[in-house]
Design a protein around this ligand. Structure first.
Ligand code: ADP
Ligand code: MG
Length: 275
């Protein structure tokens, strides 16, 4: 097998080097997490290829956020292992950008200086990072917002700044935990499209957590549908729709087929009770 081995760059993750060759950028193997006697999720086997956009779609409390924190190396699995590149995660991952539902911007820093926090913390080259931040501001529709404070921005704009902050150091992995959950439907549609365009350009591996069926179909190469707690992957759906996908997905007959499939799975799991 001729598989490229990931090299360990200056910003790469910390942890133990594994000997295996890897084709997947992220690989969670037999992962479970318990808090005391309570099993929150698993066992899970989840892989994400380099450049792939994978969504985890599941009901509240099934362990989505817990799983994401484990991929970030911020929480250790109780059982199983997670590798990123060829590194077994034993410490927080650094080659990563994270976007949460809450923007988590510092109120006393402007939009640009929130993004440049990455440069300060990571000790990156300042002019190069500034240049990259400017490009991200342009691509994310943030031009003119550089000197504004978070409270002067709409919810959608705040999330755009969070996305810029998550990408300015050019990480291999982007983790997003219900990033558009608090936005109105109209802003959500626009930001979904803009994220898709940005992803198509940058080719990041994305783990996107959502409970929106439409968002998952609109964005993903692959959707992993999770059961109720303790969350396990009950269905994998490869979304074979052209990109960029339209705002109104009903445009595609295939969209309804994917959505039907997911609703049916949720009904079978007892998540929905339709009469
Ligand atoms: P989701 O993101 O899918 O809504 P979470 O990953 O936040 O779910 O939580 C999964 C389950 O694990 C929930 O029942 C939650 O209460 C529990 N849980 C999460 N973190 C902790 C923790 N630190 N200690 C105890 N229980 C936790
Ligand atoms: Mg959550």
């Amino acid at each position: 097998m001729n598989v490229p081995v990931m090299t360990r760059g200056p910003l790469n993750m910390v942890g133990k080097q594994t000997d295996e060759l890897v084709t997947d950028l992220v690989a969670a193997s037999n992962v479970s997490k318990s808090f005391g006697d309570f099993t929150a999720l698993g066992p899970l086997d989840i892989k994400i290829k380099r450049g792939e956009f994978v969504s985890i779609l599941g009901p509240s409390g099934c362990g989505k956020s817990t799983f994401m924190l484990m991929v970030a190396g911020l929480l250790a699995p109780t059982v199983g292992t997670i590798t990123v590149g060829n590194m077994l995660l034993t410490k927080p991952l650094t080659d990563v950008g994270i976007v949460f539902q809450d923007h988590l911007l510092l109120e006393f820093r402007t939009a640009m200086s929130n993004v440049m926090l990455q440069q300060e913390i990571r000790g990156l080259n300042r002019p190069a990072t500034q240049q990259r931040a400017k490009e991200l501001f342009d691509k994310l529709g943030l031009r003119g917002a550089e000197d504004r404070y978070p409270r002067q921005l709409s919810g959608g704009m705040q999330q755009r700044v969070s996305i810029a902050r998550a990408l300015v150091h050019d990480p291999s992995v982007l983790l997003m935990d219900e990033p558009f959950g608090a936005l109105d439907a109209i802003s959500r549609t626009q930001i979904r499209h803009d994220l898709e365009m940005l992803w198509m350009e940058t080719g990041k591996s994305v783990l996107f957590i959502t409970h929106s069926i439409e968002e998952a179909i609109g964005l993903s190469d692959r959707i992993l549908v999770m059961s109720n707690s303790p969350g396990r992957v009950v269905k994998e759906i490869v979304v074979d729709l052209p990109r960029p996908r339209p705002a109104y997905l009903g445009h595609y007959p295939e969209f309804s087929a994917y959505a039907d499939d997911i609703y049916k799975t949720f009904e079978e799991l007892g998540i929905y009770h339709f009469k």
